[in-house]
Design a binder for this molecule. Structure first.
Ligand SMILES: Nc1ncnc2c1ncn2[C@@H]1O[C@H](COP(=O)(O)OP(=O)(O)O)[C@@H](O)[C@H]1O
Ligand SMILES: Nc1ccn([C@@H]2O[C@H](COP(=O)(O)OP(=O)(O)O)[C@@H](O)[C@H]2O)c(=O)n1
Length: 691
């Protein structure tokens, strides 16, 4: 997951390949609650591992439910069997509506039956998301609920130490036109109280998002509770209802998350399809109907059980006028696809967007306008006019995400713009709510022109701080790092291990130099998790010695070695971007890099830094000999015939002799910002500190 302040997505060209979806958020949190309420042990597989499931798991643990993690996506739940193990708890539920609503209902009912008091709160946005209709329904039932903040909104305190009688004889009335999660909450909770008599729930107003109710009913059935349904207006939980564990249950891939990859296929899979694993056309999730909408816009979709294949069909996409009531979450994806359509697209019946993670109608309209689009909005509709298929009208934008995972994922789809503009996603870690690895997954199925993938080059003499600066800048941007010096160090080591001497006399022999070059061209080197591997050997420490540095300096003067490492180095230019440190990054390896920095510091300063570095590693060192070595190395690097150490003509010079590391990083980031086309709309919009 990217924890950077922003993530720049280079312009993307093609899509194709295979993705595996994380588990459905809606199914995961419902299954967790049902497993917690029922008797016995349930093994849940393919559970979503994200912010929203984490708060649910933490809440269940606080309620005394037995939880055992068997892997990142497998958990064993020992249910409470309808009996409260804890009579008091404070539950923090982040911004997870799928945790807040059902837990409020279940705990109100359990507290009324057995006595207990529970507080439920979330992030500030959660305290702006209405829950009054559910509170009203639970009060009709005789439940005790106190609103601790604004009436009708969390935080809430539910229950009282002593049991209170529930009124189960009259139907419980709940509004269905603000959020279907209120009805879901009651359906999940009321079997707890239906031992002796049936319980009827009546929906007031037109029920929105019906497919989500369908998921609730299907999952209740998997847990042994068959709810009778009269249209979408009246639901009856039969007398004697009792949750029973299904033993093992698999969570389907998230159909809403699938929408981004379906869109990707529709936009850019011209050859190989985008294959999505984890959901098929027979999915129980309502958002699978997004496939119909995508097809209507022109996508070619083929389905198999648990798998979808998507290609581009009609191009440009066909404009659409659609009632999106049944696919409220996935419909956001259509709003971005609409930028690539042949006319204005209107999404209707999306009023629920206004009370989601953010006011999604307002947010979407604002951000699509940033991209250059004309957008009209009404209380429950949105109309998006397309941007030019010839690239006209598109603007490079820094998109705000409003702490809303879907805004971030949708925004990434704008990177297919024909104007070849990058897209900046602010606060990209908001995808952690449902799809922590969304961007990494995206990179695995898209391609960009290498020239469009940004590279920042940091060249300079030894111990000027290149590696330190490169790592820090890359961490701030979410970019890869190329430590090219390490490659020369590994060549020196590999040569010596292969019995090829690296002293100057030996390297002066052209045949010998050719052999070292051949070795460089086939170097089995790998960088993983901060370690450097030569074949199966971890050589991280071996290549860091001063002797290895000197050997690297000698072999690096050989043209055959430099040529042998060229393709390997250019291969590091991968999405979303690269920071490369070395001697010739800007002059030879990436001459088209948009930012080149030539980093220097006085020889005395550099010798002092190297000295401190070695001492802190527990090695012995002498400043005088370090200074002599370093000057020798500088001289060799500067005077060699091939790729000598010198600033590229367009490099920015940075002498950090009197600068702290943080100041150097800030300088380079400021230069980078000036190279980017986004202006300065970089402030993330979420109010909460991340945790
Ligand atoms: N601007 C700076 N101010 C002070 N020390 C620095 C600065 N930049 C780097 N250093 C320190 O100097 C040492 C050498 O830096 P390093 O990044 O390994 O250099 P290089 O990659 O250029 O050989 C490290 O211990 C690092 O912490
Ligand atoms: N792009 C590069 C990187 C390193 N090198 C050589 O490889 C040696 C080791 O590089 P390094 O960056 O690990 O060394 P330090 O600068 O950290 O001492 C340097 O002394 C250079 O001679 C090079 O020629 N070209």
């Amino acid at each position: 997951m990217y924890r950077t302040a922003f993530l720049d997505i280079p312009p993307l060209r093609r899509a194709g390949g295979r993705v595996r979806l994380p588990g459905s958020k809606s199914i995961s949190n419902r299954v967790l609650l049902l497993a917690a309420l029922c008797d016995g042990v349930t093994r849940i597989e393919d559970l979503l591992d994200s912010d929203d499931t984490r708060v649910m798991l933490d809440a269940l643990a606080a309620l005394g439910c037995g939880l055992e993690r068997l892997g990142p996506t497998t958990v064993r739940v020992r249910g409470l069997g309808g009996r409260l193990a804890a009579r008091e708890a404070r539950l923090f539920l982040g911004n997870a509506g799928t945790a807040m609503r059902p837990l409020t209902a279940a705990l109100t009912v359990l507290a009324a039956l057995q006595g207990g008091r529970f507080e439920l709160s979330g992030v500030p946005r959660m305290h702006e998301r209405p829950i009054g209709d559910l509170v009203d329904a639970l009060r009709q039932l005789g439940g005790t609920i106190e609103e601790l903040g604004q009436p009708g909104y969390p935080p809430l305190a539910v229950g009282s130490p002593q049991p209170t009688p529930l009124r189960l004889d009259a139907p419980i009335r709940v509004r269905g036109d603000v959020s279907s999660q209120f009805l879901t909450a009651l359906l999940l909770a009321l079997p707890l109280a239906a031992q002796e008599r049936p319980i009827t729930i009546e929906v007031v107003g037109e029920l929105i998002s019906k497919p989500y109710i369908d998921i609730t009913l299907r999952l209740l059935a998997r847990f042994g509770v068959q709810v009778q349904r009269d249209g979408w207006a009246r639901f009856t939980i039969p007398a004697g209802a009792r949750y029973a564990t299904p033993g093992t249950i698999h969570v389907e891939g998230d159909a809403s998350s699938a929408s981004y990859f379906i869109a990707l296929g529709a936009l850019a899979a011209t050859d190989q399809p985008v294959t999505i694993e984890g959901v098929g056309l027979d999915s129980i999730q309502g958002d699978i109907a997004f496939v119909d909408a995508a097809r209507a816009m022109g996508a070619r979709v083929e389905g198999e059980p648990n798998r979808l294949h998507v290609w581009r069909g009609a191009w440009p996409l066909r404009a659409l006028d659609l009632d999106c009531n049944a696919i409220p979450d996935a419909a956001m994806t259509l709003a971005v696809m609409a930028l690539y359509a042949n006319g204005p697209t209107t999404l209707r019946h999306i009023g629920s967007w206004r009370v989601k993670e953010t006011d999604r109608i307002a947010a979407m309209a604002t951000e699509l306008r940033q991209l250059g689009a004309r957008v009209e909005e009404g209380p429950d509709w949105l109309r998006v006019h397309p941007l030019g298929a010839d690239g006209s009208g598109w603007r490079a934008a820094a998109l705000r995400t409003y702490d809303d995972h879907r805004m971030a994922m949708c925004g990434s789809l704008a990177a297919f713009n024909p104007a070849r503009l990058p897209v900046r996603i602010l606060d990209p870690q908001c995808v952690g709510k449902t799809f922590p690895d969304y961007f990494e997954t995206l990179w695995s199925v898209v391609e960009a022109e290498p020239a469009d993938i940004p590279v920042i080059c940091i060249d300079g003499p030894t111990a000027s701080g290149k590696g330190t600066l490169a790592a820090a800048v890359a961490a701030r941007l979410g970019y890869h790092v190329l430590d090219s010096g390490a490659l020369y160090r590994v060549v020196g080591l590999a040569a010596e291990r292969a019995g090829l001497a690296t002293d100057e006399a030996a390297l002066a022999d052209p045949a010998h130099a050719e052999r070292v070059g051949a070795l460089a061209a086939q170097l089995p080197v790998r960088f993983a998790d901060g370690r450097i591997w030569l074949g199966d050997d971890d050589v991280t420490d071996a290549v860091r010695s001063e002797a290895a540095g000197m050997a690297a300096s000698r072999v690096s003067a050989l043209p055959a070695v430099r040529a042998g490492l060229l393709a390997l180095q250019r291969g590091f230019r991968r999405l979303p971007g690269l920071v490369a440190d070395g001697r010739d990054m800007g002059t030879v390896i990436f001459p088209d890099a948009p930012l080149k920095v030539f980093l220097t510091a006085s020889a005395a300063t550099r010798a002092q830094r190297r000295y401190e570095q070695l001492i802190s590693r527990g090695e012995t060192a002498s400043i005088d000999s370090l200074l002599a070595d370093l000057e020798a190395r500088d001289a060799r690097d500067r005077t060699r015939a091939v790729a000598p150490l010198e600033p590229a003509q367009d490099a920015q010079l940075l002498d950090n002799s009197a600068q702290t590391i943080d100041a150097s990083v800030a300088t380079v980031l400021a230069w980078w910002q000036r190279c980017r086309p986004f202006g300065d709309r970089d402030r993330p919009t979420h109010a909460e500190p991340r945790h």
